[in-house]
Design a protein around this ligand. Sequence first.
Ligand code: SAM
Length: 217
Amino acid sequence: MSMTEQEARAWIEGCVPRGTMTGLEKFVAMILDEMPRQNLIAASTAEHIWSRHIVDSAQLVPMVGGGGPLRWIDLGSGAGFPGMVVALMLPEVRMTLVESRRKRIDFLRFMAESLGIADRVAVAGQRLEMLDSSPYDVISARAFAPLDRLLPLAHRFSHDATLWLLPKGRSAASELEAVTTSWQGDFRVVPSKTDPDAAIIVASQVQPQGKGQKGRR
Ligand SMILES: C[S@@+](CC[C@H](N)C(=O)[O-])C[C@H]1O[C@@H](n2cnc3c(N)ncnc32)[C@H](O)[C@@H]1O
């Protein structure tokens, strides 16, 4: 069974300090307030925003392990899922949110300022294809592109130890199957906490088939 809103909030409250919860509440309020002006999340999911979007994003956080600073890039961030949620939860992360739609870019920048995290959240307001290559420790993408399109587009942002976190709904296994002849790496399908039918593709050492290890940058 899917998580209820109450369960979702309780799950988050159990894993973040009060100040972070306040930031997440403010983030939720800003998105709901913006909804009449732009369609940031499917209207049908607005009343389930904590389970469908906040926890669905936050569940990526324990997958990165604790420790030092991380360079993280979130592809096709939309309203900030999962990138802004992760940035609120992990102060050691330097987050780049890639988003191509003008209104969403402006809104992401406004939210980062309002939430007091603009010093470590950069909004790359352009198509991913136009962004200069740079290595990131974590690459996330939720509802952005199927794996066979995503990997060729995003591989130039990885290094040999990059962790890929790709929430995939119900299509995880079939998307993975579709890339087995063209890509190699350590790919795992992890069940989602928020939806029993959904899963997250967690990958590392991702390379085109037949290529050796890339150097660490
Ligand atoms: C379906 S939405 C998902 C948004 C968010 N990740 C989420 O899960 O709610 C996909 C987003 O990717 C953006 N997008 C699509 N193609 C893009 C590209 N080539 N470069 C940057 N952003 C892109 C769209 O504008 C849109 O906001």
